[in-house]
Every structure is written in structure tokens, then in C-alpha cells.
Ligand binder design. Structure first.
Ligand code: ZN
Length: 148
């Protein structure tokens, strides 16, 4: 099996069996909704952060293409139990990978690396990054709220 086939299988597995799917009606979660009109993807993500700034839970719900929906599943798995600061660093490395730039292999680990081929398909970049942009906005919002 070549590496591209393996990556495609990981993406399809997350698409068919998404992790952390389904929203929670709980005011302790911060909710962000984003869409990607160029593809028709829409996504809602929820973050819960404890008093030590650790992301203790991440939920996702949405409709879209296999790249967008699988990436949302991978994002929840990747950022759960990380601190908000570490999550921001990981998100930045994911953007580097998506752009086809060198990325820190010690920081970005696990299933997220299967999206490195996306840089060859510029139209799919927004699909792959939508969930990560939502997480980034959620973290920003939580940090702003904590300053108050
Ligand atoms: Zn899409």
C-alpha cells in the first residue's frame, strides 16, 4: 500500500466514523459556527476549557465534503486535552502542512498529517482548515472572555 492510499483511508475512516460528533447544550462550552461557501461546508464546533486553560472537551457537528468533515473529526482528536497555547501552536503547524510548507513533526502528530497532500488542491484548502479555523476562533474568544 502506498502512502497516499493509506492517507485516503484514514480520511475516509474519519468521514464514516467521526469522532466527537454532536453538540452539547451546556453554557460552559464555547460555540463557533463557520461555513465555506465555495464548497458548501458548514461546521459548528464547541470547546470546553477548564480553570488551568486545558481544552477538556471538543465537539463538532456539520455537513460538508469528506475533507471538511474528516478534518473536523481529526481536529477534535488532536486538540482535546491540550492547553489553549499548545493548541494554537498545533493549529499553526497544521496551516503550514496544508500550505505544503515544512512543519514541526514533533508538534503536529497523529492523523492530522494525512492532509499534507491537500496543498496540491488549492480549492480544498478551505475545506481542510475550516474546523481548525473554528477552533482558533473559539480559543481566541475564550481567552478574551477570561480577561474580563
Ligand atoms: Zn469541502
Amino acid at each position: 500500500m502506498n502512502i497516499e492510499t493509506l492517507y485516503r483511508q484514514v480520511i475516509m475512516d474519519h468521514y464514516k466514523h467521526p469522532k466527537n460528533k454532536g453538540l452539547i447544550n451546556d453554557a460552559s462550552y464555547t460555540t463557533i459556527h463557520l461555513n465555506n461557501p465555495s464548497c458548501g461546508d458548514e461546521l459548528t464546533i464547541q470547546l470546553k476549557v477548564d480553570e488551568n486553560n486545558i481544552i477538556t472537551d471538543v465537539k463538532q457537528e456539520g455537513n460538508g465534503c469528506s475533507i471538511c468533515c474528516s478534518s473536523a473529526s481529526v481536529m477534535t482528536q488532536t486538540l482535546k486535552n491540550k492547553s489553549m497555547d499548545d493548541a494554537n501552536i498545533i493549529i499553526h503547524e497544521f496551516y503550514e502542512l496544508i500550505k505544503g510548507y515544512p512543519y514541526r513533526k514533533d508538534i503536529l502528530t497523529g492523523d492530522a498529517i494525512v492532509y499534507q497532500g491537500v496543498s496540491q488542491f488549492p480549492a480544498r484548502v478551505k475545506c481542510a482548515t475550516l474546523a481548525w479555523k473554528a477552533a482558533e476562533q473559539g480559543i481566541f474568544k475564550i481567552k478574551e472572555d477570561k480577561k474580563k
